[in-house]
Write a protein of this length. Structure first.
Length: 249
């Protein structure tokens, strides 16, 4: 078993434990492997270990990967900031876009999407009102959701967020609680949402506890980009710490 097999197995166990702790079926939560800055070989190893969903955040980096890995049945998700001049490429080569933030971007994606299969999209919410993060204010979500629902080549699946950097896990969980409330409000308003994309390597258990249906994990899956310590030992220590907390808390 290579290190990516090992990490993926531990992540899935942690996801399952978080789901059980929240009285949710583990199959309700999808793992998205964040493959930005990762090699073709690392992605192939994760795919061979059973992962099928991968996320990229820059078209310039993603394009050669999509071409080189065309033999694999990968579901590609775009999770980065969207530039208007890149919407054609994104709409035609990705199955999901998590980072729709305005009407212009939505309309351009709709214009360029493959008409045989609607493009799955999420609205990115700046839940912490962080000037360093992309996304719209929660109060703007209803209006943008209505705009997207009217576009024939897009399917609005849900919401996405990235919490403020350097927050504590408690603060992250509070951010995710607010996202869950907003998600429910949009559902009650008649939007058929099924995806709440939130939670990353540092906090995906907290996100699952607040209703995440898709978590985006990079470092815990592939290991740190620059690391002289043993990633296996590091992850084992983190995993053991989490299991101890879940059995004593």
């Amino acid at each position: 078993m290579n290190s990516i097999d090992f990490r993926l197995n531990l992540i899935r166990k942690r996801m399952a434990a978080a789901c059980i702790g929240s009285q949710r079926p583990p199959e309700q939560v999808t793992l998205l492997g964040v493959s930005k800055s990762r090699s073709l070989e690392e992605i192939r190893q994760a795919y061979a270990a059973g992962l099928r969903c991968f996320g990229e955040n820059r078209w310039q980096e993603a394009q050669p990967k999509l071409e080189a890995l065309a033999d694999l049945n990968i579901e590609w998700h775009f999770i980065g900031r969207l530039q208007s001049n890149k919407t054609k490429h994104i709409a035609q080569h990705f199955s999901w876009v998590h980072s729709v933030v305005n009407e212009k971007i939505a309309e351009r994606l709709n214009q360029h999407a493959n008409h045989g299969a609607p493009l799955n999209v999420c609205i990115q919410i700046n839940i912490d009102d962080d000037p360093n993060k992309a996304g719209i204010e929660p109060a703007q979500a209803i209006e943008l959701a209505a705009i997207i629902d009217a576009l024939p080549n897009l399917t609005l699946r849900g919401l996405m967020t990235v919490p403020k950097k350097h927050q504590s896990l408690t603060q992250d969980q509070q951010s995710y609680q607010r996202m869950s409330v907003l998600f429910n409000e949009l559902q009650q308003a008649g939007h058929k949402l099924d995806t709440l994309s939130m939670g990353m390597s540092r906090d995906f258990e907290a996100a699952i506890s607040e209703g995440a249906t898709l978590v985006r994990v990079g470092k815990n899956l592939f290991g740190p980009l620059e690391n002289t310590d043993s990633p296996t030992n590091e992850l084992l220590a983190e995993h053991s710490s989490y299991l101890n907390q879940s059995t004593t808390g």
